[in-house]
Write a protein that binds this ligand. Structure first.
Ligand code: UD1
Ligand code: PEP
Length: 438
């Protein structure tokens, strides 16, 4: 532990050793959604009463957010799987570099502090570094909400001249891409305590946005959707608290499905209703030969006739999510034909290609298009995943490889999933964790 910050270090030199070739079979559960949790942790800053979020994923980002809230004034603790806050007596709206630089939702946290105090200072966000991850739409929302910004290449300071800022209109659409998930939540939090009705044009409708909107609405904030055209937010000067459940992680559900499917196995996700899979993912899975069967409020996932090649593209919810593209790429390495995936959200999200090739997959990227020629025999190798889903893709391929693989990138795996490795083991995977790797 790092005493000063009360946090686990941002590196983990352990590695996972995977003896490939074991079919995964069985039942498991899915953690609370990492990405939804991160946005709710920021929204908790706005509550004027105690707030509890059950189902908090046991990942480093939960601890980083706990520390950010405590250091900026909101008393916060994690008790079991509950993230509990009580309202601040005073705020210190400075997000320390060592904390803000470790998570992707720093600008969203900053927006909550700005809404509370009229000022905030924060470092540029961290999170996975698979490509440039811009925050211009977050900054535009802060300016629209009346803040004056001082932006350097490492930090942002924002200050509103008057605590009585007026309702505002902002556009969450990015220049090259569609709506920004993070910037939509940033704008929502900025508007939640303002007098009057603010409008967010081209809002994202990712579950992260919908769930945060629902929690704010339960707290007394007026939320009106105009489809995907606009989200109108009517502020209130008192936001109530309460207890909320973080929905299960659709990205972990997809990961477990693909991990079982590549081994020819079956997994039952007890707490993950089939309806929680985005429509685009269901369609891609169906094309790829993966069946999702509703069972007692959960989902049985299987691939009875083996993988099939697909042509698909990532996109905004409910399309096929970018955070499952690397794992699908690993799976498609075993489909007996050529697959193509166009990555439209993060056009150079290709950090998984190197590790997959090292394991034997015939995969390459040409611009934003990833081509997978299968089936290619996979053999054990020593590879490193440099972000959450790259490490996960390598792990999935290693499960189907002949021989033993070493997957480095434990910090990234732990950042994405609190318990993926024990879950895979319980399903029949042969995994060991090597304490320290050179
Ligand atoms: C913590 C969290 O929830 N992370 C998720 C969130 O990230 P994040 O909040 O970064 O995702 P956004 O929806 O904001 O970003 C999507 C796209 O918009 C661009 N963009 C974003 C903001 C901005 O101000 N300007 C801009 O150009 C990005 O570079 C990217 O190409 O959504 C992504 C897309 O579903 C997921 O991959 C991440 O796992
Ligand atoms: C990219 C991801 O996370 P983050 O935005 O936290 O880096 C992810 O969840 O795949």
């Amino acid at each position: 532990m790092n005493d000063q910050l009360n946090l686990p270090p941002a590196t983990d030199s352990r590695a996972v050793r995977v003896a490939g070739g074991h079919r995964l079979e069985g039942t498991t559960t899915v953690q609370g959604s990492k990405n939804i949790a991160l946005h709710l942790y920021a929204a908790a800053v706005l509550a004027d009463e105690p707030l509890t979020l059950a189902g908090a994923p046991e990942i480093p980002d939960t601890l980083v957010c706990t520390e950010i809230l405590n250091r900026t004034g909101t008393p916060t603790k994690v008790v079991g799987d509950r993230f509990e806050t009580t309202p601040a007596a005073a705020w210190y709206p400075v997000i320390p570099d060592q904390l803000g630089g470790r998570i992707r939702s720093t600008a969203v946290m900053a927006a909550a502090l700005l809404a509370r105090t009229g000022q905030v200072s924060f470092p540029l966000p961290g999170g996975d570094a698979f490509c440039r991850r811009l925050i211009d739409r977050h900054l535009a929302a802060m300016e629209a909400a009346g803040a004056t910004l001082a932006v350097t290449h490492t930090h942002v300071k924002a200050r509103t001249a008057s605590r009585d800022s007026a309702a505002f209109t902002t556009d969450a659409a990015t220049r090259q891409w569609g709506p920004s998930l993070g910037a939509t939540v940033t704008a929502m939090l900025l508007a939640a305590r303002l007098r009057g009705t603010s409008s967010i044009l081209n809002p994202s409708i990712e579950p992260e946005v919908m769930v945060t909107a629902a929690v704010l609405a339960a707290g007394g904030v007026g939320i009106t959707w105009e489809g995907t055209i606009a989200l109108h937010v009517t502020g209130t000067d008192r936001i109530t608290g309460g207890a909320f459940q973080i929905p299960p992680d659709r990205l972990e559900a997809a990961t477990l499905t693909l991990a079982a499917a590549i081994t020819g196995g079956t997994v039952q996700l007890d707490n993950f209703p089939t309806s929680e899979f985005p429509d685009g993912l269901v369609a891609v899975f169906a094309d790829a030969g993966i069946e999702l069967v509703p069972v007692n409020g959960g989902t049985l996932a299987r691939c009875p006739a083996g993988p099939r090649a697909v042509h698909t593209a990532t996109g905004p919810h409910p399309a096929f999510p970018t955070d499952t593209q690397p794992q699908l790429t690993a799976f498609l390495s075993q489909a007996p034909a050529t697959s193509r995936i166009e990555e439209r959200v993060y056009t150079d999200r290709t950090t998984h290609i190197g590790p997959l090739r090292a394991l034997g997959a015939a995969v390459n990227a040409d611009g934003s298009v990833i081509t997978v020629r299968g089936p290619a025999p996979l053999t054990g190798a020593d590879v490193a995943g440099k972000d959450i889903r790259a490490a996960t893709a390598a792990l999935i391929a290693a499960l189907a490889a002949e021989g033993t693989s070493t997957i480095r990138g434990m910090y990234h795996l732990r950042r994405g999933y609190g318990g993926l490795l024990p879950k895979l083991t319980s399903l029949g995977a042969e995994l060991t964790i090597n304490p320290e790797m050179p």
